[in-house]
Design a binder for this molecule. Structure first.
Ligand SMILES: Cc1ncc(COP(=O)(O)O)c(C=O)c1O
Length: 209
């Protein structure tokens, strides 16, 4: 090991994805730990990518993302959630969810800020908060159905609280927030300066609306 390399996050080990995928490969097991698509890429998508590259769309996009893509995202948010978002100021395209989460945390978390996360949690939240000098305040989801004690969450909020990260539906428990949960969260943030980072990467795994 190179002794000049000093990790900024010495307590962070290998991700659970790497561990489980390596084990699955070692034992020839069915790998349910990481979301590998078990179907081919739609030929229509491949052709579209080819066509656009042949047409010269092979350069840097604008910093927040290509405008036609941001317009489509705004339309999707309107159609799905009936929320109007400004394509110029309120949408940034990133290379996947993890980069979006990293960027959002980097943007708002300063040294000694507190960030409330619900555990078990996707494993990029806590290290990113710590990387920017923040302090993780974990709230354990209560078994057997992984509910959230919002009175407890409220009791944790103080002048140093900068961010609450929610993940709906939750990875890895599958827990979905109910309307009551959202209302309790809304009430907490309405009376404070706390930001909410809402990771909804699995929104389309909810099949009953
Ligand atoms: C809860 C959660 N958020 C975000 C992501 C990241 O998504 P991406 O693969 O687009 O970086 C994952 C991926 O496993 C996840 O489980």
């Amino acid at each position: 090991m190179n002794s000049t390399f000093q990790s900024k996050l010495p307590r962070v080990g290998t991700t659970i994805f790497s561990k489980m995928s390596a084990l699955a490969q070692q034992y020839g097991a069915l790998n349910l730990a990481q979301g590998f698509p078990d179907y081919d890429t739609d030929p229509h998508l491949i052709n579209l990518v080819k066509d656009y590259m042949n047409d010269g769309f092979n350069q840097y996009a604008l910093m927040p993302g290509a405008l036609p893509l941001r317009e489509k995202i705004a339309l999707k948010v309107m159609n799905t959630h009936q929320i109007e978002v400004d394509v110029q100021d309120e949408i940034t395209v990133t290379a996947g969810g993890t980069q979006a989460i990293f960027t959002a945390i980097a943007t708002v978390v300063h040294k000694d800020d507190e960030v409330i996360i619900f555990e078990p949690a996707y494993d990029c939240y806590a290290p990113t908060v710590e990387l920017f000098g923040g302090k993780v305040i974990p709230v354990v989801l209560l078994a057997p159905d992984f509910t959230i004690d919002w009175d407890y969450v409220k009791s944790l909020v103080n002048a140093r609280t900068k961010l609450i990260i929610i993940n709906n539906p939750n990875n890895p428990t599958g827990r979905q927030l109910e309307l009551d949960d959202i209302e309790a969260l809304a009430q907490i943030v309405a009376s404070s300066q706390v930001f909410v980072l809402s990771d909804e990467v699995y929104e389309y795994l909810v099949y009953d609306g």
